[in-house]
Design a protein around this ligand. Structure first.
Ligand SMILES: Cc1cc2nc3c(=O)[nH]c(=O)nc-3n(C[C@H](O)[C@H](O)[C@H](O)COP(=O)(O)O)c2cc1C
Length: 398
């Protein structure tokens, strides 16, 4: 099963902003992810970077002229518009946004936009005053009303030296927005999915914690996959070094109790809960107010059981748990399905080097509410996520 961008036809529109250089990185990352990237540059964009840069990175022709008699396409603007899975404009100037709002078609990019039925994502980049200008704001609103996805801009330091709203989003966020734009009307549209990720941290004293090796990668992959199928996603994230995925509502928590409180709050309005976090089963019975000094040879910490979040979370939603085990994987997982009233458990064997903590792949076994077992092959965590979402979708009421 491919990643979200594999084999997709992406038209990348580049317009005359100082942020054009970042579009080269975007074209590169899209190509590395398996997308077929056709670049269309405005005249303004060619003043900042050359078509050669995009052609070299994407290995595909770059369009700069509507009337190019040497073009490989018979009617270029229509050909690219028709084959596109998504049209992305990054960076989008104030001028380009204004032309789109007016429905103008006076260059290859705006003509392609008028001719396409593919979803369109626009990533503005400009000086803060240009973005704040009522004309630009109204034009952006017009594009939103027509169903285009507006990605950014981000606040920060602008090329003018001023601080303000106008920076082009960074490449990882643009990639997230592009995947979302392609799937925004897919089968999870209108569904709320709550995902937990990472390892909880249980305080011993103000400087020490008990935690585990969870990287958060599995939960983050599920959150991104659900976003890419149109879901509203809340990611309740304990300790992890991963950056927030674009268009996912990330709520950071520390302890098992914090995670429990947040998950129980979020599931009241959820269609599905997927607990991929490694939640501590025990926490120090009390947290020392001051840092514990090194004195005696031995130190005993009394532990108390934490609340089982999956058991506590009851309601009208599809409930999916994970079982990471080092022994007796299937019997332990089956027991969890019954005890916690789960619709599906995703069991992974931590002794397998292609599964579990830190790695990008996983090898899992599904055990459903009827205790039926299905072994899946080694896949990326994003692919495993898609399989989990397929199962969840089957369980949604019609
Ligand atoms: C150095 C320089 C930087 C510019 N940066 C931006 C920018 O970031 N955003 C923007 O909207 N316009 C910017 N402009 C102005 C546009 O290039 C100008 O409005 C142009 O008409 C845009 O045409 P296009 O949208 O067809 O590329 C810049 C101009 C110059 C000379």
């Amino acid at each position: 099963m491919p990643g979200p961008l594999e084999g997709k036809h992406i038209v990348l529109g580049v317009t005359g902003s100082i942020a054009c250089y970042k579009a080269i990185d975007l074209a590169s990352k899209l190509t590395q992810a398996g997308a077929l990237v056709d670049t269309i540059m405005s005249y303004g964009a060619t003043q900042f970077v050359t078509p050669l840069a995009f052609r070299s990175i994407t290995h595909r022709a770059v369009v700069t002229d509507t009337y190019d008699s040497n073009s490989e396409y018979s009617i270029e603007h229509v050909a690219l518009a028709h084959q596109a899975d998504v049209v992305v404009i990054a960076p989008a100037t104030a001028h380009c946004i204004a032309k789109l709002a007016q429905g103008l078609a006076d260059d290859p990019l705006t003509t392609t936009i008028i001719a396409t039925t593919a979803p369109v994502m626009v990533a503005p980049a400009m000086d803060a005053n240009m973005f704040d200008n009522p004309a630009t704001q109204e034009n952006v609103d017009t594009l939103k009303r027509r169903g285009m996805v507006i990605a950014g801009p981000a606040p920060g330091r602008l090329a003018s030296g001023l601080m303000g709203m106008g920076r082009l989003l960074e490449t990882p966020d643009l990639l997230g927005y592009i995947s979302y734009t392609m799937g925004k009307d897919a089968d999870f549209k209108g569904r709320k999915v709550v995902v937990s990720a990472g390892g909880t941290m249980e305080a011993i004293d103000p400087v020490r914690v008990i935690t585990n090796h969870s990287s958060g990668k599995m939960g983050y992959a599920i959150a991104e996959a659900a976003r890419d199928r149109g879901a509203e996603v809340v990611l309740v994230a304990a300790s992890t070094s991963l950056p927030d995925p674009a268009l996912v509502n990330v709520v950071r928590v520390r302890s098992a109790q914090d995670m429990c409180d947040e998950v129980l709050r979020q599931v009241k309005t959820a269609d599905a809960l997927i607990m991929a976090a490694a939640v501590a089963d025990y926490r120090p019975a009390s947290e020392a107010e001051q840092k514990i000094k090194k004195s005696a040879d031995d130190l005993t910490i009394e532990l108390a059981k934490t609340t089982d979040i999956l058991e506590a979370a009851r309601g009208n939603f599809v409930k999916v748990g994970f079982a990471a085990e080092t022994q007796d994987l299937i019997p332990n997982a089956r027991d969890k399905v019954t005890r916690k009233g789960l619709d599906l458990i995703v069991a992974n064997d931590l002794t397998d080097p292609q599964a579990g903590f830190g790695v990008d792949t996983n090898k899992v076994t599904f055990i459903d509410g009827d205790l039926k077992v299905e072994d899946l092959p080694v896949m990326t965590k994003y692919e495993v996520s898609q399989c989990i979402l397929d199962r969840i979708h089957q369980l949604f009421p019609a």
